[in-house]
Design a protein around this ligand. Sequence first.
Ligand SMILES: [Zn+2]
Length: 404
Amino acid sequence: MQTPGSQSSLHRANLERVVRAVRLAGSLTQAEIARATGLSAATVSNIVRELKEGGTVEVTDTSAGGRRARSVSLSGDAGIVIGVDFGHTHLRVAVGNLAHQVLAEDSEPLDVDASWTEGFDRAEALVGRLIAGIGVGRDKVIGVGLGVPGPIDVESGTLGSTAILPGWAGINPRQELSSRLGVPVYVDNDANLGALGELVWGSGRGVKDLAYIKVASGVGSGLVINGQIYRGPGGTAGEIGHITLDESGPVCRCGNRGCLETFTAARYVLPLLQGTHGPELTMDRVVELARGGDPGCRRVITDVGRHIGSGVASLCNLLNPSRVVLGGSLAEAGELVLAPIRESVGRYAIPSAARQLSVLTGSLGGRAEVLGALALVLSEMGDSTLLAENGIGVRAPALMSSVR
Ligand SMILES: [Zn+2]
């Protein structure tokens, strides 16, 4: 045991601070590490040298602002993290390393409502196939991030409402996957993971305060405040879909009337067009037709954008985020939906709350959640294993496909 405050425990704490800063950012120059940790440049330099000799970090020459700099990232050999994303109709798995490189990725169709055992069997098989494909043993897996399409109690890992996934009643997805794969599993809902994915790899790169809004069968959002997902004590933060826009509006599935969701989600929007465009219409098709110039579909997308913008304006007044990222199939509408969102924000938000805001579409598409599951492991895992295993590693493949 080390005595708190002793020279060796102080040194250990500094090592952990540096490893944590690099783990969260992917790669940092030594100057950036010094800023992020508050350590002096000389201390950072010594610690980086020690970690490099032990094989925990890799150092490459780069240039920052025209000056030569040394970029530090966790060693690609230090371990493997896995993301598993259960959507309502698909299963996606991604494998990455601690240097934020995505090494392998695949998806297959799956009806998760039908049978959870089949879902976990297939997830386990797909994980096995992907890590075998890159020639890495299961013993190198450090942790798994798991996304589920419903509210989750982050503390216990149980589903908050089985009304959304009736076939999953009574199971604990975190325990189930952890006992199958034998490693720690971190679980979160799809909207929070979409936010993390876009923050680390997509349209949210470089900002610390972000809201990710996904409009699909419902409306979900994930909030990142100062670089961290904000969940609230009950894990319910970010329910932008149930902001009241019209007290005498349509009845929402939550029991209220005129929620944002009742003006934007597919189940409420599609009936507006099915009389003129046929009963088989989907949201994907509406977006496609709108892009092709169909006036009815354009009008509906514009109205949806204005309503989302009202919700975003409230969000700006409360949280003053620097970026809002729109995900889901609606994002494919691009400027057709972004322009009315920005217009509503300009109309309803306090100017100073929206001045630094940029509203963008997500750049990861359907991969946002599974990459967010990878990011969840990278942000929540501890560093004690890494430092204990300093220097022990498996050779990863020489050619690594980095995410775009
Ligand atoms: Zn509602």
